[in-house]
Design a protein around this ligand. Structure first.
Ligand SMILES: NC(=O)c1ccc[n+]([C@@H]2O[C@H](COP(=O)([O-])OP(=O)(O)OC[C@H]3O[C@@H](n4cnc5c(N)ncnc54)[C@H](OP(=O)(O)O)[C@@H]3O)[C@@H](O)[C@H]2O)c1
Length: 175
């Protein structure tokens, strides 16, 4: 599994259930990076998508403890155990963790690569964050894409690799 995210200069990712920035070029990048893959997301992130609907051209697995959860085009996983059963047979590079805060914090160390769009701005009212990969054991910056600009906001994709990928099963044992 890999992760993809957009963060501000303090690794913030969200505010009041929504995104911090609207960056059309980065959304195009997100689309290119996720099309045809299986997306893993928390229920709050699904709710934040247009119409609360899964994104077209991709499979969606949604983590929720709500046994009554039913959303067309989305498959529910009610625990990390159920998630493990659903993604175990898939090639790791075909599975993309897309958020949000709870899911990134629970699963980031199970990811091989994180595609982090770093936006040169800070969102003071943010209430959700991504793990700070610069300080996280096992993670190292491998590459940076050219700087882009959207509506006056400069942003750049940083590619981080995890040298100590933890199997999902190992995380489950610690819960
Ligand atoms: N900047 C970015 O790239 C980016 C990407 C994605 C999201 N975001 C932002 O992040 C925010 C949402 O993040 P969030 O942390 O509030 O929520 P989240 O991680 O998207 O979803 C949290 C929900 O996931 C379910 N869940 C979590 N752990 C679970 C487990 N072990 N087993 C079963 N279900 C589990 C629960 O759903 P139930 O309550 O239904 O049980 C929980 O309320 C929004 O502001 C969104 O816009 C930003």
């Amino acid at each position: 599994m890999d992760a993809i995210v957009a963060v501000d200069s303090n690794w913030a990712i969200g505010q009041a259930g929504g995104m911090l920035f609207h960056l059309p070029k980065d959304l195009q990048y997100f689309k290119r990076m996720t099309l045809g893959k299986t997306l893993v997301m928390g229920r709050a992130t699904l709710d934040s998508l247009p119409g609360g609907r899964p994104l077209p051209g991709r499979s969606s697995i949604v983590l929720t403890r709500d046994r009554g959860f039913c959303r067309q085009g989305a498959q529910a996983a009610h625990s990390l155990n159920e998630l493990s059963d659903l993604i175990d047979s898939l090639p790791p590079e075909q599975v993309m963790l897309i958020g949000g805060g709870q899911l990134y914090h629970a699963l980031i160390d199970c990811c091989h690569t994180a595609y982090v769009t770093r936006v040169e701005a800070s969102a003071p009212a943010a209430d959700t964050w991504f793990p700070r990969l610069d300080e996280r054991p096992g993670w190292a910056l491998e590459d940076r894409a050219p700087i882009q600009e959207d509506k006056g906001l400069r942003h750049q994709v940083y590619i981080y690799r995890n040298r100590i990928v933890r199997p999902l099963g190992e995380i489950l044992e610690k819960l």
